[in-house]
Design a protein around this ligand. Structure first.
Ligand code: FDA
Length: 278
């Protein structure tokens, strides 16, 4: 059993909880991005076990509107073991997902994984004609180049501020610099690419800018937020926009929950505000 507070951010320890949550979101017109918690595996058997879990999950995801999706982490699928192991496991998942028209997101981890993650994304986006998406992080200085590189790849890009504590030579540090980078990247995504755009943030200033850019460029985008954070705002936005909620589940919830709190001082405030404001 998940303790209270954790069960606000995590849908349960097994897929049953995640599936029940997907149904509840569907009643509110919100789509699900289901993630089985797990990361940083060194043992190929662990990466294979999580791959199997995703394949079982694919059989259980209910039909919803908007359609349920999944999100996987490269280090969970074996990137720490080697790029080939990661690619083999991801390929298996995407192949089965494509057969049921289930969209697969690839989370982005720290900067040491970016190149391998983008290589995997580009290969699969071409092979499955846009059935996959990848996360890009506004805090990384390289991301404008990555947006240009992926501008016409047939897939979706999820733009986030970035959850990892990166060195200053590689990343903008501090809220204002990251916010400015996020705004700039949103403009580039709308003005200079043909990709599907997912605006993953709880920040109203970024959401408002995305809405404005959508009108200006006559383009749709989807909004994504985390389970347990600003859920009232998610429901309001879903009345007029496509909204997805990231739904983690699994027994490895402790690291998901505490990492957000530990990694950065702002994230402690973030976690506490989520509890107070939702
Ligand atoms: P931030 O934390 O800066 O908050 C901005 C503002 O939003 C606040 O000042 C406040 O106004 C408002 N706000 C935020 N929380 C609030 C609350 N609870 N109540 C009221 N107002 C609130 N990261 C990564 O590195 N790789 C990844 O793959 C992903 N994937 C991912 C998927 C999805 C769907 C989301 C939503 C996020 C991620 N992230 C991620 C995490 C991301 O990088 C980032 O750490 C968090 O989303 C927090 O950043 P925000 O953009 O929400 O803004």
């Amino acid at each position: 059993m998940l303790p209270p507070i954790a069960d606000r951010f995590v849908a349960g320890e097994s897929a049953d909880g995640a599936v029940a949550h997907v149904h509840a979101l569907d009643d509110a017109g919100i789509g699900a991005i289901v993630n089985h918690l797990g990361e940083h595996y060194d043992d190929p058997a662990d990466a294979r076990a999580d791959t199997e879990e995703y394949l079982r999950l694919l059989e259980r995801l209910p039909a919803t509107d908007p359609p349920a999706t999944m999100s996987v982490k490269p280090s969970q699928l074996g990137l720490g073991v080697g790029e080939d192991a990661f690619r083999d496991n991801l390929d298996r998942i995407v192949e089965v997902a494509a057969a049921t028209d289930t969209f697969v997101w690839i989370d982005m981890e720290d900067h040491t994984t970016t190149d391998a993650t983008l290589r995997a994304y580009e290969a699969l986006a071409d092979e499955y004609d846009g059935g996959v998406g990848v996360c890009l992080q506004a805090n990384l200085r390289r991301t404008p180049d990555d947006v240009a590189r992926l501008a016409d790849t047939p897939g979706r890009i999820r733009l986030v501020k970035g959850a990892y504590d990166e060195p200053a030579e590689l990343a903008h540090r501090g809220g204002a610099a990251v916010d400015e980078a996020y705004r700039d990247l949103l403009r580039r995504l709308f003005a200079e690419t043909s990709v599907g755009i997912a605006v993953a943030t709880h920040d109203d200033a970024m959401i408002d800018l995305a809405l404005e850019l959508g009108t200006r460029y006559d383009r749709d985008c989807e909004f994504q937020m985390l389970m347990g954070v600003r859920e009232r705002r998610q429901r309001e936005l879903a009345a007029t926009e496509t909204v997805y909620q990231y739904v983690p589940y699994g027994s490895a919830w402790v690291s998901y929950f505490y990492r957000r709190v530990r990694e950065r001082r702002e994230n402690l405030r973030f976690a506490l505000r989520a509890i107070v404001d939702s």
